[in-house]
Design a protein around this ligand. Structure first.
Ligand code: ADP
Length: 243
């Protein structure tokens, strides 16, 4: 249901993504692994046009965007179908947890305020923050802030949620609670693409693992294939270093 075709991206002369093809089925959890600088975050950001690809095409369901002729309207439509969970949470500092989740429902989905409030409350309860509705980000731990970020992404009911190293800014003792929430929503069949260094999580939760290096997909397969029987030397070296 999501198809990336020949996605390329250069920053000046530095080609960071080289003709990436990737297909993600509905309800699938795809984990992208790879060394730092391999292009993982850039690829994720291209999927919702936080970075403009230099070329290629992005399809979500029946919608297709050709990156060389993308119009504002197409980019807007693409963004309606995707939501991003950021490494640094990116919450509004002057809004409460509840207001942070409501924001997209009011502005993007144009829901009436009462409906937006009820839906946001339910989502915050779902991520275990029913008792923190009126807390400001500064009053929340990193793990709690990231769970607000996840509730905010869920609120938009996107076709896919893009997770950009969602636990890498967290103290180690807070990683588990965030991964538990991601695991829970993965089980509900929400399509996700996750960039992470959490190998245990990738093994457990991913349906499909993609290993990137140097702006290309070096290898992909089920977690068992990629972790237990990597075919490519670069994958083997990477896994040896980090596990
Ligand atoms: P990863 O997520 O795998 O660590 P990134 O996608 O963040 O890799 O980065 C891939 C390469 O793109 C790196 O060489 C990085 O320096 C470069 N890069 C990323 N964003 C920018 C940018 N906004 N401007 C210039 N270069 C960038």
């Amino acid at each position: 249901m999501i198809k990336l075709e020949r996605i390329s991206k250069s920053f000046g002369r530095n080609q960071v993504l080289n003709q990436i093809d990737l297909t993600v089925a509905k309800g699938e959890v795809v984990v992208i692994l790879g060394p730092s600088g391999s292009g993982k975050t850039t690829l994720l950001r291209c999927v919702n046009y936080l970075e403009k690809p230099s070329g290629g095409a992005i399809s979500i369901g029946d919608f297709k965007l050709d990156c060389s002729h993308a119009r504002k309207k197409d980019i807007h439509q693409l963004r309606q179908k995707t939501a991003m969970v950021f490494q640094q949470y990116n919450l509004f500092r002057h809004k409460t947890a509840l207001e942070n989740v409501m924001e997209g429902l009011l502005i993007v989905k144009k829901l009436p305020k009462e409906q937006a409030r009820e839906k946001s409350k339910a989502l915050l309860e779902k991520v275990g923050l029913g008792g923190k509705l009126d807390a400001y980000p500064s009053q929340l731990s990193g793990g709690q802030q990231q769970r607000v970020g996840i509730a905010r992404a869920l609120a938009l009911e996107p076709e896919v949620i893009l997770f950009d190293e969602p636990t890498s800014a967290l103290d180690p003792e807070l990683v588990g609670e965030v991964l538990a929430v991601i695991r829970k929503i993965a089980k509900e069949g929400i399509t996700m693409i996750v960039v992470t260094h959490e190998m245990g999580f990738a093994r457990d939760v991913a349906n499909h693992v993609v290993f990137m290096d140097g702006g290309v997909i070096v290898e992909e397969g089920t977690p068992a294939e990629v972790f237990n029987h990597p075919r490519e030397e670069r994958t083997k070296q990477f896994l040896k270093r980090i596990t």
